[in-house]
Design a protein. Sequence first.
Length: 273
Amino acid sequence: MSGVLNIARFELLVARRNLWVAIAVGLMSLFAIVLTLAGSAPAGALGVDRLTVTVANLTTLSVYLVPLIALLLSFDAIAGELERGTLALALSYPISKAAFLIGKFAAHLATLTAALSIGFGIAATMSVVLGGASASGLTALLVLFVTAILLGAAFLGCGYAISGIVRQPGAAAGLVIGVWLVGTVLYDLGLLGALVADEGGLFTSKVFPWLLVANPADAFRIVNLAGSEAASLASGFSMSGGTLSPLVPQLALALWPPATLTLAWYLFRRLEP
């Protein structure tokens, strides 16, 4: 445990001077302000409170921004240490590779949580000050915050897995951008094309719902938008998991972080510095 805490403490010290951390906090804060102010028009027209509209907009934004931030924080966690020659030094101390990885994960997750807290906190504060917050809106914001952390944790694990395969940070950076593009954009485009081709057949009713929750970004969307007022505001249609139980997307989103972190540990364990 002491090894994990030492690694986490060191990573947090490094994060204070990390440009990616400043960019993450800045982006979350900027978009929170813009989306809160932009939500005033539809809120008045549709008769819902400002925070509900803001949560819908933040959900759509978080699907793209949170995975990107997580991958940028984690892509050189192993490859960067290996290139700098510090990985062998760190592992020469009485610390296991699992403890090393968990320490990195704890620090990066804390950094991501701080960025989300600042961004979402600004949105909630502005909505309350402007008189547009309701109890349901605050509940939706809390759900969004927790699920955004889970989404970020899943992609942190993906970043570590890539960093454990590739020995050059530059190559790892290119791969994580590819993973982000596939996970947040191309995967959904592929599903949409399959739906159009299937024309309401077996794929649409039986296969599509499972493929939807198999992607953490889509599971995140379903948990936050299915059956809520925010769904029509953010996407123009009701998100759902088809014939699946509402608990399935929640369970899928909760299982992704330990799954990706376990994969990263398996790949890291086979790496010789």
